[in-house]
Write a new protein. Structure first.
Length: 416
């Protein structure tokens, strides 16, 4: 392998101030800065010489890390800070992706030796990984099992986690450069968002009719709220004047906390939504619920409390659907109600209105999740018909010029 050429001539000379040397790498067609300190070589590259000088100003005086910290040691330290500063669900998600996908590939490598190619290797391994997806009934028996590959979203999330972790290492001056840059994620066909059909909804409502969760599920369907947001709702969150509900809390296994994106949003309430809220209030008043007689429980003000008037846990809510799934053979999840809300409002609500109703930070998030569902296949099909109708007319004109007669193209094509 040939050495890159020095900008100052073929003979390489160490700068007196120890700032290293700059070369032009003809093979990669980029400028390269190299600095050797105590046997450790640091390299920075850039297509633009001016940009390279800016990088050198930032990194040239960073001391070489003398310890031999492994990537796993740094991630362990970093994840502790995530645990103390973030929601429990966020920590669990980060830790799971680290343990399952990142650590097996780069965990044993020295932190300062991890390169862009190593990060790309993590994604490559994830791209070929196959997992077993299992659906179980209430007794834990597997009723459905299939092999699935990791999604594009999971790989993008792993890249995001690595970028944040290595960025923190860079800020602590443990590495000279964040290796998570320009990492390619392979495109995969996204799984379609499962929506509930009319007969599935009918079956669901029939089995819920005599339960205390009937109005909760109906309300969830017409608002598009997430499970955690629904369970954390309080009567004081309902804005009857402006016909909306203030969504500023979410429920998890650890109790109430911030919403998924830690932001407040205002979900619109339709006449049906208000009807279901009224029915829910009537149900709570009719049943022997302790919330009616306990001042402390009254202060909690939950719209959809447990039988004891307290905050219900997400797993307990899931078990309601699990029992129905086991009886009917359906596979309904709380999030399918949210997907169905989007599908039912296709063409009726604008993208901006859907974004607000769903509580997404950006419209691109709504499009990423529901773009295909929101596309109007009927309009597309109509345009295809119009395009081929123009083609038929052109072909008929050609036939008319050819023998003086007009031959219907569709009839001629069918005759063949």
């Amino acid at each position: 392998m040939s050495r890159p050429k020095s900008l100052e001539g073929t003979k390489n000379k160490r700068n007196p101030n120890g700032m290293g040397n700059i070369y032009f790498n003809e093979k990669k067609q980029c400028y390269e800065w190299r600095q050797m300190i105590d046997g450790d070589l640091r390299v920075l590259t850039s297509k633009n010489l001016g940009d390279l000088y800016e990088k050198i100003k930032m990194y040239a005086d960073i001391p070489i890390v003398k310890d031999k910290s492994k990537t796993s040691e740094w991630f362990g330290k970093w994840l502790k800070s995530v645990k103390s500063l973030s929601k429990p669900a966020t920590y669990e998600q980060y830790n799971t992706i680290w343990k399952q996908h990142i650590e097996p590939v780069i965990g044993k490598k020295l932190l300062k030796k991890v390169k862009k190619s190593d990060i790309q290797d993590v994604i490559a391994v994830m791209n070929t990984k196959i997992t077993q997806e299992e659906i179980k009934d209430k007794n834990g028996k597997i009723i459905k099992s299939k092999k699935v590959g990791l999604s594009t979203w999971t790989m993008k999330h792993a890249r995001k986690i690595m970028h944040i972790a290595f960025d923190a290492a860079h800020e602590d001056k443990l590495i000279t450069e964040n290796p998570v840059k320009d990492i390619k994620i392979p495109d995969k066909q996204a799984k379609p968002r499962k929506t509930l059909k009319t007969d599935e909804l009918r079956t669901l409502f029939q089995h819920l009719k005599n339960t205390r969760w009937y109005w909760a599920i109906r309300f969830m369907l017409v608002t598009g709220l997430r499970r955690g947001e629904l369970l954390a709702l309080r009567w004081s969150d309902i804005d009857y004047k402006n016909k909306c509900v203030v969504v500023d809390e979410s429920n998890s296994a650890d109790g109430t906390g911030d919403t998924k994106n830690a932001k407040t949003h205002y979900a619109p309430l339709s006449e049906l939504a208000f009807l279901y809220l009224g029915k829910q209030k009537e149900m709570l008043q009719d049943e022997p619920n302790p919330i009616l007689h306990n001042e402390e429980l009254k202060k909690q003000d939950f719209i959809f409390p447990s039988k004891t008037g307290t905050l219900i846990k997400p797993d307990s809510f899931n078990s309601v659907l699990d029992r129905i799934n086991a009886k009917t053979g359906l596979h309904i999840t709380p999030h399918m109600l949210r997907h169905t809300f989007v599908y039912m409002n296709k063409g009726r609500m604008s993208l901006a209105e859907l974004q607000e109703a769903l509580g997404h930070d950006e419209s691109t998030t709504t499009l990423d999740l529901y773009g295909t569902m929101l596309s109007d296949a009927g309009k597309v099909a109509k345009k295809v018909d119009e395009s081929f109708a123009d083609l038929d007319e052109e072909l008929e004109k050609i036939e008319e010029k050819k023998d003086g007669k007009v031959i219907d193209f569709n009839k001629r094509r069918m005759a063949k």
